[in-house]
Design a protein around this ligand. Structure first.
Ligand SMILES: [Zn+2]
Length: 163
């Protein structure tokens, strides 16, 4: 059975107990920017319920133009005011560097990505870099940002202070 078929079956279960419609604006006025890592179930690990928060995910949980686009919509149209960053230990982006990754893709496909992978070595520094990028954005109404790193071996978050 293909994974999507298992997912469609799982959705039948979900819809049977569906709690009903909620307002589009997140109840806790918070947006989470996190890595796409499969070991981080953000709603339970942050104590969030359906309807509480926006969750913006990409490889590394990095702040790209598209992250800023989503946060700008989140704040201006949907009322969020806090941003929580969730990066993590043992990230896939610590296993390469931008040039090697571009080489890998180019060798396999013939096309070199015009965007950097945004690989990193020091995860705390990567969180601080994301905080700096958010604070430098002219589009956000609130720059109330909390940076964290999730330890995939213990399930614990630690906070990273901005510089
Ligand atoms: Zn990751």
């Amino acid at each position: 059975m293909a994974e999507y078929e298992r997912m469609l079956d799982a959705n039948e279960e979900w819809a049977r107990d569906f709690p009903g419609a909620l307002p589009v604006a997140p109840a806790r006025k918070v947006a989470v920017v996190a890595c796409m890592d499969s070991r981080m179930p953000l709603f339970p690990l942050l104590g969030l319920a359906v309807g509480d928060a926006h969750v913006i995910r990409n490889a590394g949980g990095v702040v790209t133009d598209d992250t800023i686009r989503s946060l700008t919509i989140s704040q201006h149209l949907l009322g969020t005011r806090e941003i929580v960053l969730v990066h993590h230990t043992d990230c896939g982006l610590q296993k390469t560097d931008d040039a090697s990754f571009a080489d890998l893709v180019e060798e396999a496909t013939g096309a070199r990505p015009p965007w950097p992978a945004q690989a990193f070595t020091d995860v705390d520094e990567d969180v601080r870099e994301s905080i700096r990028k958010l604070r430098a954005s002219p589009f956000l109404l609130s720059k109330d940002v909390c940076g964290t790193v999730y330890d995939v071996t213990t399930g614990r978050l630690h906070r990273v202070e901005a510089d």
